[in-house]
Design a protein around this ligand. Structure first.
Ligand code: PEP
Length: 250
C-alpha cells in the first residue's frame, strides 16, 4: 500500500520567527500521525525550520530551485545549495511558477534531473486550467505535462518523485475538484506512467491532490483509491488547521 504524504506549501508567507513558532505548535499535534508530513517553506525560513524540526517527524522542502549547480544566475538558488543545508524535498513546476515566472515543461524536466542528481526529492506539479477542463482536454494536457516533465527519467528515479495533481482553477480559489474528478485525473496520470514505466512502477508512485484542501474536505479526498495525500497551500498556514489535515483519519 502506498503511504499518504501531506505537504504544506507556505508560498511567500511566514518570517523566520513565525516559522519557528508554527513548528513548535505543529510538532506535538502531528507526532502520532501515520502519514508523512512535509513543510515547503520560503528560502529565508529553511535554515531555521531545519533546526527546529530536529527530533520531530516533520520534513522540510523548498518551493523552487535552479537546474544549474552554480553560476551567473542572480537571485537563484540551486539544488546543491538546498541539499547542503539538509533540505529533503523541493516543489518543482508549481502552477504559480509556470504562470508568473515562465516555468515550462522543459525547465521542469531540467529541474527534476538536477534535483535527483543531488538526492533532493522532487514534488512535481501538473494541472489544467479551467478553460482546458471545460473544453474536455484535461487528460491530454496532463499526459503531455507528464511526458515532457519525465523525459529521460529512469524507473529507479521515478520512485523518488512525488507528483502533485493540482487543477489550476482550484488553487487558492476555495473551489475543490470533486473527489471523483480528482481521483479520475490521478488515475489517468498513473495510466500514463504505466505506459512509460510499467504498471508496477506506476502503482508505486505517490500522487497527491492539491487545490483548496482543508480540514473539512481532506478525509473524503485522501480516502479515494488513487489520491495519496495532498499539497496544501492556504490551509497549511495555521498549525491547528494543518494538523487536522495531516491527522485526517484520527
Ligand atoms: C498550492 O499552493 O499548491 C495549493 C494547492 O494552494 P491552496 O491549497 O491554497 O489552493
Amino acid at each position: 500500500m502506498r503511504r499518504k504524504v501531506i505537504a504544506g506549501n507556505w508560498k511567500m508567507n511566514m518570517l523566520p520567527n513565525e516559522a519557528i513558532n508554527f513548528i513548535d505548535e505543529l510538532a506535538p499535534i502531528v507526532k502520532d500521525t501515520k502519514h508523512e508530513v512535509i513543510l515547503c517553506v520560503p528560502y529565508t525560513d529553511l535554515f531555521y525550520a531545519l533546526l527546529n524540526v530536529q527530533e520531530t517527524n516533520i520534513k522540510i522542502g523548498a518551493q523552487n530551485m535552479h537546474w544549474e549547480e552554480n553560476g551567473a544566475y542572480t537571485g537563484e538558488v540551486s539544488g546543491k545549495m538546498l541539499k547542503s543545508i539538509g533540505v529533503e524535498y523541493v516543489i518543482i513546476g508549481h502552477s504559480e511558477r509556470r504562470q508568473y515566472f515562465a516555468e515550462t515543461d522543459e525547465t521542469v524536466n531540467k529541474k527534476i534531473k538536477s534535483a535527483l542528481a543531488v538526492e533532493l526529492k522532487p514534488i512535481v506539479c501538473v494541472g489544467e486550467t479551467l478553460e482546458q477542463r471545460e473544453s474536455g482536454v484535461t487528460e491530454q494536457i496532463i499526459t503531455e505535462q507528464i511526458e515532457k516533465a519525465f523525459e529521460g527519467i529512469s524507473a529507479t528515479e521515478l520512485e523518488k518523485i512525488i507528483i502533485a495533481y493540482e487543477p489550476i482553477w482550484a488553487i487558492g480559489t476555495g473551489k475543490t475538484a470533486t473527489k471523483e474528478d480528482a481521483n479520475t485525473t490521478i488515475m489517468q496520470i498513473r495510466k500514463k506512467l504505466a505506459e512509460m514505466y510499467g504498471q508496477n512502477e506506476a502503482n508505486g508512485v505517490i500522487i497527491q491532490y492539491g487545490g483548496s484542501v482543508k480540514s473539512s474536505n481532506a478525509k473524503e479526498l485522501f480516502e479515494m483509491s488513487d489520491i495519496d495525500g495532498g499539497l496544501v497551500g492556504g490551509a497549511s498556514l495555521k498549525a491547528e488547521e494543518f494538523s487536522k489535515i495531516v491527522n485526517f483519519d484520527i
